[in-house]
Design a protein around this ligand. Structure first.
Ligand code: NAD
Length: 349
């Protein structure tokens, strides 16, 4: 018991709820990291975790990230996240999702859920049947639809801010951009880049996803290992976390790292120092990928897509503020982002 409290305290969480329903087989953990700025909002991930402790570690890490993401994005929301343990392809049923919805409801809005890995918009509707504390539902039900479109727009806008800082221009013309992962975000991001005149290189483990972007946006396929060794203006991780690590970091030849994946740096402190030493501009992941959160957050006050778009466009100025703070105080960009996010929470106490 002590070990769990130690772990929770080390991340600074307010509350962690274990949900168990023997009738539906539901085993879930809801983690509320911080509610100083508002109710905690964050997606529910369904994944076949190897152990309960792996599930706990994931939900604690992800929910803490949501606190920082909401704060830096000027949203009056706190950070929370949920995980359901199990393979979504094998054990996800409408009854299990409804059971999860009833647990969400017991928290009376301290935690608002949304979709994440392993969950779909349709799944949210089952949860919604048991609790109103759900976002990421379909447009036909007053929701905001697919958040990836806004996440990709935010990444594209964030890339512009990075270009401004690094090259004093926002032009993508003939710039070399390498994308790892052409899923929902990677696809829409490629579209923006293609239309802006960038040369796109990339890799996806899913051959079908790769051929779609090659055909539609002229992407040049590159074997995964080689993508990070390529002479690129921008490397954009849009698949996995932990992709910037001691094994990969020395071979990077890009000028800028700017992508949608969460927790791109395996070890934030260690990797950000090496990135700085190598004079690569790292765009903090939770800042550049906040477009989807901004979009779903709008559902809470009555969805307005033009307001969501304006908020996403604000990522540009937020990033310039972070880059300037990082330069003037000799901090890594992630340290500068953390400082701004933490200050907003402190100031509102
Ligand atoms: P997705 O599941 O639709 O796409 C991920 C893609 O990465 C898939 O096409 C998959 O085949 C590919 N992939 C998996 N392993 C790979 C590997 N080793 N090398 C290359 N490609 C690989 O996910 P998404 O919604 O596009 O999200 C992409 C990333 O951005 C994720 O890390 C996600 O957590 C993060 N993110 C997404 C959103 C959003 O709105 N969807 C918001 C914030 C952060």
């Amino acid at each position: 018991m002590n070990e769990i409290f130690e772990k929770i305290s080390s991340y600074g969480h307010e509350q962690v709820v274990y949900c168990n329903d023997k009738n539906t087989g539901l085993k879930a953990i809801i983690a509320i990291h911080n509610t100083i700025l508002g109710p905690s909002l964050g997606g529910c991930r369904m994944y076949p975790y190897q152990s309960d402790s792996a599930a706990l570690e994931d939900v604690l890490r992800l929910s803490k990230g949501m606190t920082y993401k909401a704060s830096i994005s000027n949203l009056n929301l706190g950070g929370g996240k949920a995980v359901i343990i199990g393979d979504p392809k094998k054990v996800k049923t409408s009854e299990l999702l409804k059971s999860f919805g009833r647990f969400v409801d017991t928290l009376n809005g301290r935690y608002i859920t949304a979709e994440d890995v392993g969950m779909t918009v349709e799944d949210m509707e089952h949860i919604r049947s048991q609790s109103k504390h759900v976002t990421g539902i379909t447009q036909s039900l007053g929701g905001s639809g697919d958040p990836s479109i806004f996440t990709a727009l935010g990444v594209f806008i964030g890339m512009k801010a990075a270009l401004k800082k690094k090259y004093q221009t926002e032009s993508f013309d003939n710039l070399k951009v390498g994308i790892q992962g052409f899923g929902k975000v990677g696809y829409y991001l490629s579209k923006h880049l293609f239309e802006a005149g960038a040369k796109i290189y990339g890799f996806d483990v899913d051959q079908e996803r790769l051929s779609i972007v090659c055909k539609e946006f002229g992407v040049t396929p590159i074997p995964n290992g080689d993508l990070m060794n390529l002479d690129l203006d921008i490397f954009s991780p849009c698949a996995l976390g932990g992709i910037i690590n001691p094994q990969t970091i020395q071979s990077l030849k890009c000028q800028i790292i700017a992508g949608a994946a969460n927790n791109q740096l395996l070890d934030e402190k260690r990797e950000s120092k090496t990135i700085n030493d190598r004079n690569i501009l790292y765009v903090p992941d939770y800042v550049i990928n906040a477009g989807g959160l901004m979009n779903v957050a709008n559902e809470l006050t009555g969805y307005d897509s033009s307001k969501a778009t304006r908020q996403v466009e604000g990522i540009y100025d937020t990033l310039l503020e972070i880059f300037n703070l990082s330069e003037h105080q000799n901090l890594s960009t992630i340290e500068a982002a953390n400082l701004i996010a933490e200050k907003r929470i402190q100031d509102s106490k």
